[in-house]
Design a protein around this ligand. Sequence first.
Ligand SMILES: Cc1cc2nc3c(=O)[nH]c(=O)nc-3n(C[C@H](O)[C@H](O)[C@H](O)COP(=O)(O)O)c2cc1C
Length: 313
Amino acid sequence: MVPGAIESRPPEPDLSALIAGVKFRNPVIAASGTFGYGREYAGLLDIGSLGGICTKGLTLNARTGNTGVRLWETPTGLLNSIGLENPGIHAFIKHELPHLNTLGPVVIVNLSGASVEEYAEGARLLNEASPAIGMIELNISCPNVKAGGMAFGLDPGAAARVVAEVRRAASLPLMVKLSPNAPDLAAVARACRDAGADALSLVNTFKAMAIDIHKKQPVFDRTFAGLSGPCIRPIALRMVWELHRAVEIPIVGMGGIASAEDALEFLMAGASAVQVGSATFSRPGAMTEIIEGIRSYMQKNRFACLQDMNINL
Ligand SMILES: Cc1cc2nc3c(=O)[nH]c(=O)nc-3n(C[C@H](O)[C@H](O)[C@H](O)COP(=O)(O)O)c2cc1C
């Protein structure tokens, strides 16, 4: 710097993200299944400061979820086998959606189903409830249910069929949530894009398990469960990087994000936004810290907007 010159103050960065025509005030979204319907964390963080909230996975009819142990900690992660416990779409629209709408962040409804018909009917009902809903996140990747869920996310043909039917049933912006357990994730991603997905989100949990050596049996009644948290982050990051090169539609990245540094890695890999799940359980304020951390990193490094940070070009 020239002696005597006044260093200009870095400009305030623009943290907004545009995904499928929907504007998010910042790129940090509460991940499905870890933030309920927005009521549970009231008073524990400034919910209004979040970019978006993804609801717990909804099905056409209410589900009681799985029996037995549902959560099991590992040294750097969390196993869950909730089994899509939810009140059903009708009850959600009547009792939860009005409240969710008062909170401020974009409302993303996570939709699941056991058949293509159930997914399509669920999407039709959600479409009727727009504009209260900003976006559908189509969950074709839940590993903890007997029928449907992940089965649709493993195979490009099955994924295309369900995405096409949901696309026909609803004009709401459509993001499809992918399973990291798919043998050929890029093929599934391309099939979803070709069938009408506006955006992709990844990753859902990895199929995993634990054994209770004292009971000498698997911990979970359904034997397998879904693994999330810091242990999956480098693999999730690699998948986001690869899919950003495989498809041109926006990607929302997640998997083990617990700090601004973690979130920045995903944004640099090409993600348009991130979701934060397991970290909120241990640190309810994690998402607000992440938003502030991204802002201060961008300011310090003179990034004007999120896209400027993408290094995966
Ligand atoms: C307890 C729990 C429940 C979840 N329920 C859902 C769900 O209903 N629908 C869904 O798409 N993902 C669900 N997920 C997956 C998360 O949204 C997220 O994809 C995954 O946990 C990876 O992110 P994380 O490591 O930040 O938690 C759930 C995760 C956990 C831990």
